[in-house]
Design a protein around this ligand. Structure first.
Ligand code: PLP
Length: 461
């Protein structure tokens, strides 16, 4: 922002704010793509979710709390299942998993990915059918693999030669023939933050395609015959908006598929192209609908199959964030407001990096709005921070809030359904917030708030 504009904004960022935040926007407006579908701002000015006001929810459940719009979650499941009819949609449980969500995923007919014994335990505890579970991970332990085999999970996505050996030994002993996919590193770098891009060569996941390791792994599984090789798997990263990465990935994986056919005479029946579909965290993000993604991805797979003279395998995809991310917002209460003259306004809330590490970890951008009332005050560019003993404890780097934002205000941060509760910590011994599902005018706790007693219960010294 140039100096002559700065006067319009109290607490502006000078040159430091992103360009798109140089024009204040209406602090009361809700941009639909950022919010769960039932969220509205009432005539009285407060937000409502599932027909319940945030004030009532704060009163009943306290803050901070993750508020889940159950209708929104179900409609996103249906969007993906409908758009990808003829393919299998695996919900990536690592984005957020609890028994209630597992049941929603089951009822909506989706499949489920887990990537640890703990996630598998949640899925099984909720009664999810094991044959619709995929098991991921670059370092699955023998005991995790044993449980997966015993439970009869539908597919195990193998990630190393050691894992193939371990799993083969387990399968021989158990007298079963687990279905496996080979995770292939296709050398595509998704257009996203470096730490969440997982298909370039220099990273821990998968078998390298370029180096020939992926081909060798597939041949080893076919030769040993203890495992049933169902197909190849590729996951190129997260928060991806541009499908050209999937095009390159599909082409490379299908070239490998053709190479395996030529060498061993088998066409593998399944193909998994992973997840990573982007969602809107700010007004600058413009995600594709499930329908558009399905059209583009199916077209890519069909044309690449044609080019390699392959039958079209049964496709699967693994969205996590795109299903649960937009269904949740975090409700905080403002505790302090500090206006550092000429620098920045800091608005502190009663949570922070322990309930949302993504800003600190990935430099992620979020949005926020005062949720308990509308305001006619001028917009100020503010930074929303948490209560932790760490200056990097930032929730929302830059957002326009009304100049009269004050202690006691409720503040809502949308897009927190994925990788927030699932990555939550107890830093500073702050108990983790509850997840509250709201639907048809009623709310229910699906993950309760942690208490200091919970924390002390682990401390057995
Ligand atoms: C994390 C992950 C996903 C889900 O990613 P989203 O960005 O949440 O869609 C899917 N597949 C694999 C293998 C993953 O590791």
């Amino acid at each position: 922002m140039r100096a002559h504009e700065a006067g319009a904004l109290h607490g502006d960022l000078g040159q430091r704010g992103p360009a798109w935040l140089r024009t204040p926007h209406d602090v009361n407006a809700l941009v639909p793509q950022l919010w769960p579908r039932t969220v509205t701002r009432s005539e009285a000015g407060h937000l409502e979710i599932g027909g319940v006001s945030v004030a009532a929810l704060a009163q009943e459940h306290g803050t901070p709390a993750y508020l889940l719009d159950e209708d929104d979650l179900r409609s996103r499941c249906r969007d993906f299942a409908g758009a990808f009819a003829g393919a299998d949609v695996y919900y990536a449980g690592k984005s957020f998993l609890c028994k209630a969500v597992v049941r929603v995923i089951d009822e909506e007919g989706l499949f489920l990915d887990v990537c640890s014994g703990g996630e598998l335990a949640v899925a099984l505890a909720a009664g999810f059918p094991a044959e619709r579970i995929g098991f991921h991970g670059n370092n699955k332990s023998v005991s995790e693999l044993t449980r997966a085999v015993e439970a009869g999970v539908g597919r195990i996505i193998v990630d190393s030669i050691q894992e193939i050996d371990r799993l083969s030994a387990l399968a021989a002993e158990a007298g079963t023939r687990p279905k496996v996919l080979v995770r292939v590193t296709v050398g595509v770098e998704a257009h996203t933050h470096e730490f969440i891009a997982t298909a370039h060569e220099d990273q821990k996941f998968g078998f390298s395609l370029a180096g020939g390791a992926a081909f060798q792994a597939a041949v080893k599984i076919l030769d040993e015959d203890v495992l049933e090789l169902r197909g190849l798997h590729s996951h190129i990263g997260s928060q991806i908006f541009d499908t050209s990465g999937f095009e390159v990935a599909a082409r490379r994986v299908l070239e490998l598929q053709a190479q395996i056919r030529d060498a061993r005479g088998v066409e593998l029946p399944d193909l998994d192209l992973g997840g990573g579909f982007g969602i809107a965290y700010t007004t600058q993000d413009d995600p594709s609908s499930a329908g558009d993604l399905a059209k583009r991805i199916n077209k890519i797979v069909e044309s690449e199959c044609e080019a390699a003279s392959l039958r079209k395998p049964r496709l699967s995809i693994e969205p996590g964030r795109a299903i649960v991310g937009p269904s949740v917002f975090t409700l905080y209460e403002v505790g302090t407001v500090k206006d550092l003259d000429g620098l920045r306004t800091y608005v502190s809330v009663d949570g922070g990096m322990s309930d949302n590490i993504r800003t600190a970890l990935y430099d992620a951008s979020y949005s926020a709005t005062v949720a308990g009332r509308a305001s006619a005050a001028e917009p100020i560019l503010a930074r929303v921070v948490g209560k932790h003993c760490e200056s990097g404890d930032i929730v929302v780097k830059d957002e326009f809030l009304p100049a009269d934002v004050q202690p006691g205000d409720l503040l809502a941060v949308p897009g927190t359904g994925a990788y927030c509760r699932s990555m939550a910590s107890n830093y500073n011994h702050v108990p983790r917030p509850p997840v509250v599902a709201v639907r048809d005018g009623a709310s229910r706790v699906i993950v309760r708030r942690e208490t200091e007693d919970d924390l002390l219960a682990l401390d057995v010294g």
